[in-house]
Design a binder for this molecule. Structure first.
Ligand SMILES: O=C(O)CCC(=O)c1ccccc1C(=O)O
Ligand SMILES: [Mg+2]
Length: 368
């Protein structure tokens, strides 16, 4: 891959409405756009999904910019690569910093697919022409939740995910179930519980949830295995699955029955595909998680979710779920509960250059 230059853009947009969990409220989103141009003028795009503060993982926009600027891009300037998987191998010498690595590795995947004149979905082995779309309701008001759910059902979303914690679980979910007795609903706890809350968690079994996501500590595999033996609701892991080894251990331990795969959390598309392939082999369904991201990461998620093991609607919602105007054209839209997998080369979406320019708060170029 004959890289001519790399450009980093830090962009910022306000969310249409605050994204509220027990960990706090996200009202404003900064993100990093990575643009890699090769000597033929072909451009590949990736997105860094770390938040401005380390509330979800230890990474932030600032740590990602430091890693990209001072470590990862200089590594690529020193070592030429022929395939994005070689970047993943090259980055093994750097510990963790998965979202920074994924930002650049996904841009290389987009560039590589464009060089091969293939869709990214096609080149990683995607088999789906459409992917099932779910949406997240992240509020602490049951009134707002019911209003949002009504709207999302209208828009055709196939499943609703709500955020729960010990102060917002049984009653909150029961109120939703009263209005929507058969609606596919899942709950994401973002590690709000401990094993001491076993009775609270067991009480949710009667609400017929599809799954409960990450009830316990973000670094845990062992206690989730103990919990899964005590509750009927399938456990899905998110924060606990940072590497392929985590996924393998969780599946072997019976810590979960479902895994939420996020390219940024696991360090790139190469690792995300490895986790998918392992889960497919071991009959563990996976779905593609979301990071309140902009359109480039959303486009990469669509390609990932086209793989055969992504059999559950994920958190890939329309651009309009969060943004007045996205940085890609066309925007991601949901029709009849699905998103069409683009067959254009690479990620299959163009950049809305006007929107990228007006949302950019910092830009830096690296020549090769
Ligand atoms: O992008 C979305 O649709 C929201 C997905 C979501 O719930 C989320 C958003 C940011 C950080 C963590 C999580 C999560 O799944 O835990
Ligand atoms: Mg989650």
């Amino acid at each position: 891959m004959n890289i001519a230059n790399i450009e980093l853009y830090v962009i910022e947009m306000s969310l249409k409405s605050p994204f509220i969990t027990h960990l706090g409220a996200v009202r404003n989103r900064e993100g990093i756009i990575v643009k890699i141009r090769d000597k033929d003028g072909v451009c590949g795009y990736g997105e860094g999904v770390a938040f401005s503060t380390p509330w979800y993982t230890e990474e932030t926009v600032k740590t990602s910019m430091h890693m990209l600027t001072d470590v990862l891009i200089p590594l690529l300037q020193k070592h030429s690569i022929k395939h994005p998987e070689e970047a993943a191998a090259l980055f093994q010498s750097i510990r963790r910093n998965h979202m920074a690595k994924a930002a650049i590795e996904t841009a290389l995947w987009d560039l590589y697919a464009k060089g091969q004149k293939q869709s990214l979905a096609g080149i990683i082995g995607g088999t789906r022409e459409v992917i099932a779309s779910g949406v997240v309701v992240a509020t602490n008001s049951i009134k707002n939740a019911l209003k949002e759910i009504e709207g999302y059902i209208e828009e055709g979303y196939q499943r609703i995910k709500v955020k729960i914690n010990p102060q917002q679980d049984y009653e909150f979910l029961s109120a939703i179930r009263t209005y929507y007795p058969i609606l596919p609903i899942m709950a994401d706890a973002n590690s709000a519980y401990t094993l001491k809350d076993l009775d609270r968690l067991r009480a949710l079994d009667e609400l017929n949830l599809m799954m409960i996501e990450q009830p316990l500590s973000p670094n845990d595999i062992i206690e989730h295995a103990a919990l899964q033996k005590e509750i009927q609701t399938p456990i899905c892991l998110d924060e606990s699955i940072v590497t392929f080894e985590d996924a393998k251990n969780a599946v072997q331990m019976g810590s979960c029955q479902v895994i939420n795969i996020k390219t940024g959390r696991v360090g790139g598309l190469t690792e995300a595909k490895r986790i998918h392939d392992y889960c497919l082999q071991h009959n563990i369904p996976v779905w593609c998680g979301g990071m309140i991201e902009f359109g480039i990461s959303r486009a990469h998620n669509i390609a990932l979710a086209s793989l055969p093991g992504f059999s559950i609607p994920g958190d890939i919602s329309a651009s309009s779920r969060f943004w007045e105007e996205d940085i890609i054209s066309p925007e991601v839209t949901v029709k009849n509960g699905v998103i069409r997998v683009p067959d254009g080369s690479g990620i299959g979406f163009s950049i809305n250059q006007k929107r990228l320019k007006e949302t950019t708060i910092f830009k830096k170029e690296f020549l090769f």
